[in-house]
Design a protein. Structure first.
Length: 512
């Protein structure tokens, strides 16, 4: 799935001086078309696993196939098994569920049936309903679901694929929207959800990032949310110059002063990123690279793992069910998470050394990971990780129908019902739910919202994370990846959250 783009802002935003460096040789040889950057929604893969409103069984997930019909067994996580897996359940049962906070989700196009799909998802899993869902009568104290269209609504009918690459097909966006909304809500069921959408298809010109960033600026300027999650990105080298990237950072610069936490998916290509897309055959950036906005020092980058807990309960490690990466032959120590190769990670070619990250980078360099991609002292991602593999994916309900006159090609989600979905698009919204819970807990104790958390994350004790030490993030045989290692690494960051430990410690550091 690839994400479209929109009109340039008339207002130019001055880059932040701290943490920025010149792009230099990184942009030498980049195609001239790279000045028209196209974002990618970071849904790596999905499988349709059941129609109707009843969630599929694990047996159905284990028998799932790829979009082209080839077998690809998976384990599927529900809200309860995910909450148990990352030790969120004990927080929720204590009333720490994000109430009073708002999560802003930034997506293109939106999804026409999302209010109805969300209602089915909540009914199916017994999740708190949101005022704003279809077929639900609001009650006093309910959290809300709202849609904000800063630049207006998208066209009702998308142009046919023969006018472009097919990325303007709204179905490509609907599954992303369902994933983001349903799973941010599943982690923080009493938090308000604000879906912020932009309207224009890529086929209309050099678009996208500017409108996305303008929408985020609007959310921050009007105090509409305490946490923002972004499930899109583009390789740093797809920008025509350092200035063209740095001029987009206004919302991120404003977020710390507004005490808003900004998170982004780190990417689904490991260390490999494409030059400008969509084009018929985009070239691969010929060296390890990272994507923006995840690489921005003012953004918390969330990478991806295989989650190896039991998908029915989330309470024990399961080394027998698919995927193979979690099975005993590849996970002999029964680790909680294993590196997902698609987890975007590495070192920025735009942003320089961040003092709060230096010790972690030095520690990783000292592990002497033979065969890794080149090391650096520049800004490195991801900061943290979460389940993202499509083969240990989350269940998502989506019913966006095919638009009349559109051809639904292989790999386009056209069926109505249940999907198992992966990608770091699943990771960032769920971390946003954790931050919403942290904000609620902090405020109820007389503290403040988490705001800019990157420096604080690197002060947390290692016991607050499930450390990921198996695997690497190489997806292209010509582009080296990085091995997982004890502590921080450029594949899974600091690790995945043990929420019941991490959130209280995060609150204490933010308020110290």
């Amino acid at each position: 799935m690839n994400l479209p783009i929109v009109r340039l802002l008339a207002r130019r935003i001055a880059p932040l001086a701290i943490g920025a460096t010149t792009l230099g040789a990184a942009f030498v040889g980049a195609p001239s078309a790279a000045s028209g950057v196209v974002m990618h929604p970071l849904v790596a893969d999905w499988a349709f696993v059941g129609s109707g409103i009843t969630p599929p069984t694990q047996a159905q997930c284990n028998a799932a196939t790829r979009a082209n019909g080839a077998p690809r067994p998976r384990r599927c996580f529900s809200p309860t098994s995910m909450q148990n897996s990352y030790d969120i359940s004990s927080l929720l049962t204590s009333g720490n569920d994000g109430r009073g906070q708002t999560i802003a989700i930034i997506d293109s196009f939106g999804s026409a049936p999302i209010a109805s799909d969300l209602n089915v998802f909540d009914n199916a899993f017994g999740v708190q309903h949101l005022c704003g869902e279809a077929n639900y009568t609001c009650h006093t104290g309910d959290p809300t679901f709202k849609i904000l269209q800063v630049q207006g609504s998208p066209p009702a009918v998308a142009p046919p694929p023969n006018n472009g690459t097919g990325l303007e097909n709204h179905n490509l966006w609907a599954l992303e929207v369902s994933l983001d909304v349903e799973w941010a809500h599943a982690v923080a069921p009493m938090a308000n959800i604000l879906l912020v959408t932009t309207p224009t298809a890529e086929v209309l010109g050099v678009q996208g990032f500017p409108d996305m960033m303008m929408a985020e600026q609007f959310v921050i300027d009007h105090h509409l949310a305490s946490v923002i999650t972004q499930s899109f990105g583009a390789g740093e080298e797809t920008f025509g110059s350092a200035a063209s990237l740095l001029n987009l950072r206004g919302a991120f610069q404003a977020a710390p002063g507004a005490r808003v936490t900004v998170l982004a998916s780190s990417g689904d290509g490991g260390t490999a990123n494409a030059f400008k897309t969509p084009v018929p055959n985009p070239g691969t950036i010929p060296f390890p690279s990272v994507g923006w906005p995840a690489s921005d020092p003012l953004v918390t980058a969330v990478g991806g793992t295989y989650l190896c807990t039991n998908a029915e309960t989330g309470l024990v490690i399961d080394t027998t069910s698919p995927p193979a990466s979690c099975q005993a032959k590849n996970n002999p120590t029964g680790d909680h998470d294993v590196t997902w190769p698609g987890s975007g990670g590495g070192y920025s070619h735009v942003f320089g050394t961040q003092p709060w990250q230096s010790a972690a980078l030095a520690s990783y360099a000292a592990t002497n990971q033979t065969g890794n991609a080149p090391l650096s002292t520049n800004r490195a991602i991801p900061d943290v990780a979460y389940d993202a593999s499509p083969t240990s994916g989350v269940l998502v309900y989506s019913t966006e129908p095919p638009v009349t006159g559109l051809f639904c090609s292989a790999g386009t989600p056209c069926s109505s019902g249940w999907y198992v979905v992966g990608g770091t698009s699943a990771s960032s919204p769920q971390w946003a739910g954790l931050i919403a819970i942290a904000n609620q807990m902090s405020i109820s104790g007389g503290g403040k919202t988490m705001g800019y958390i990157n420096p604080v994350l690197y002060q947390l004790p290692s016991s607050d994370f499930f450390d990921v030490t198996i695997g690497n993030n190489q997806t292209d045989p010509s582009i080296p990846g990085y091995k997982a290692a004890p502590g921080w690494d450029p594949a899974t960051g600091l690790g995945t959250p043990d929420a019941a430990k991490l959130i209280p410690d995060l609150i204490a550091l933010v308020n110290s």
